[in-house]
Ligand binder design. Structure first.
Ligand SMILES: Cc1cc2nc3c(=O)[nH]c(=O)nc-3n(C[C@H](O)[C@H](O)[C@H](O)COP(=O)(O)OP(=O)(O)OC[C@H]3O[C@@H](n4cnc5c(N)ncnc54)[C@H](O)[C@@H]3O)c2cc1C
Length: 398
């Protein structure tokens, strides 16, 4: 039987592990943490991710956990429109609770997948004559292929693509889901959704469904993400929350109400980081197959376009497609080279779009802000349109 080792049980690792198992691979997943779990936050999934989930055979489960996001436009902190909603029709993004998505991916693993937790991979063996392998200093795990889905600090990538380093994107982000039973009465009954941009600050809110209602997350409520230029805060969560309430105090409703309704233990802080430059390759031949980089291990980027997890799902669908009928040996090596040929330019395009958005979104200073506001009024439909098109245009390989 064809064998695969997947390093990391995040969204990318779980998606590819289940997909390979369903194509007849015997898969071992190695996870550093003591259990497989998701953050208590949410994710926006663009149409490309929905198509990837479809190609992975997981679209039916998505309908039960996803809430469609209405188009919301962009506002200034005083509530004035920078970009009005255009009333676009067609399938837009959806929002899911991460725990719901994780559960769906775990349910898709089946019984061909062995999960080993508490294994922190530190070494990688990429040798022409031997099967690709990784190890944690005690045990070596080898397969016909190894998929590195171990996130931005990937130990496997550091060994295979040392040219790519992790750098700060110059901002920090906070996220929370206010559970449905504590959501305060807001917005005169209309859905809470939208993006607001200030000088070096950004706030995005979106409504997950309500528990039990049809077509909505079983972990409903309101999800918000706040981004601020600068480093993450070392203080405890209660102090961080107090700071966020101060920074966003003058912003239009319901931002203050959302921050007031959030509990410190719901707050998840991130230093926003990215890979610079991207690895030159996403596939590395070894023995009868080789290594593939996937998800944040391959192309971590700032969250401004909400595409990181979407690309991880695209990677998983692509890897499954190129490997479907490949037997260990030349076919599998070629499949891994093909994966790199397909995925590297795609990731580079989305990363380029994200960096352009970062520059616009993080503008500070009066002149830069005026230019930003003008740009948002004029270029932004084009900029955002092209970013959305790049995202929506992706189709899984046949
Ligand atoms: C504020 C914010 C908002 C975001 N919003 C969105 C959004 O709306 N939409 C979207 O598509 N993306 C979004 N993203 C990006 C998204 O979260 C990531 O791109 C995605 O989670 C990457 O998934 P992954 O599986 O590649 O990596 P990860 O989720 O990082 O998973 C890696 C896994 O590998 C494990 N691991 C790490 N090192 C080792 C090791 N040495 N050995 C064994 N296991 C290891 C980790 O424990 C983890 O389980 C956002 C990111 C941020 C910071």
């Amino acid at each position: 039987m064809r064998t695969a080792v997947v390093v990391g049980a995040g969204i990318g690792g779980l998606a590819v592990a289940g997909a390979l198992a369903r194509s007849g691979w015997q898969v071992t997943v190695l996870e550093r943490d003591d259990r497989v779990r998701a953050e208590r936050t949410a994710l926006i999934l663009w149409p490309n991710a929905v198509r990837a989930l479809d190609a992975l055979g997981l679209a039916a489960g998505l309908d039960a956990i996803a809430t469609p996001l209405p188009e919301s436009g962009i506002r200034r902190p005083d509530g004035q429109w920078l970009v009005q909603p255009r009333g676009a029709s067609g399938r837009g993004p959806v929002i899911v609770h991460r725990e719901d998505l994780h559960d769906a991916l775990v349910a898709g693993l089946g019984d061909q997948v062995e999960i080993r937790t508490g294994v922190a991979v530190r070494t990688a063996r990429a040798d022409e004559r031997e099967r690709p392998a990784v190890g944690d200093g005690r045990t070596t795990y080898e397969g016909d292929i190894v998929v590195a889905a171990d996130g931005i600090d990937s130990a496997v990538r550091q060994r295979l693509a040392p040219e790519s380093t992790v750098v700060s994107s110059g901002c920090a982000a906070w996220r929370a889901v206010i559970p449905w039973y504590r959501v305060p009465p807001l917005n005169e009954g209309r859905p809470v959704v939208g993006e607001t941009l200030g000088a070096g600050y950004r706030f995005v809110a979106a409504q997950l469904g309500q528990r039990g209602s049809s077509g909505a997350s079983t972990r409903g409520g309101i999800y918000w993400v706040a981004t601020a230029a600068g480093a993450p805060r070392p203080e405890p969560p209660a102090t961080q929350l107090a700071l966020l309430r101060r920074w966003f105090a003058e912003w239009h409703p319901p931002i203050g109400d959302l921050l007031a309704a959030t509990e410190p233990d719901e707050l998840v802080q991130h230093e926003v980081r990215e890979l610079r430059p991207l690895p030159r390759e996403y596939g590395f031949p070894a023995g009868p197959g080789g290594f593939a980089l996937l998800g944040d291990a391959a192309h971590a980027m700032p969250h401004h376009l909400g595409q990181g997890a979407c690309l991880a799902l695209e990677d998983a669908a692509t890897l499954r497609s190129v490997l479907r009928d490949a037997v260990p040996g030349r076919q599998t090596q070629e499949a891994i080279a093909e994966y790199s040929r397909i995925r590297r330019p795609r990731a580079a395009t989305v990363v380029r779009q994200t960096r352009r958005m970062s520059a616009v979104l993080q503008a500070r200073g009066r002149l830069a802000l005026r230019a930003r506001d003008a740009a948002l009024g004029t270029i932004s439909p084009r900029l955002m349109g092209s970013a959305a098109t790049a995202a929506a245009a992706w189709k899984p390989p046949a």
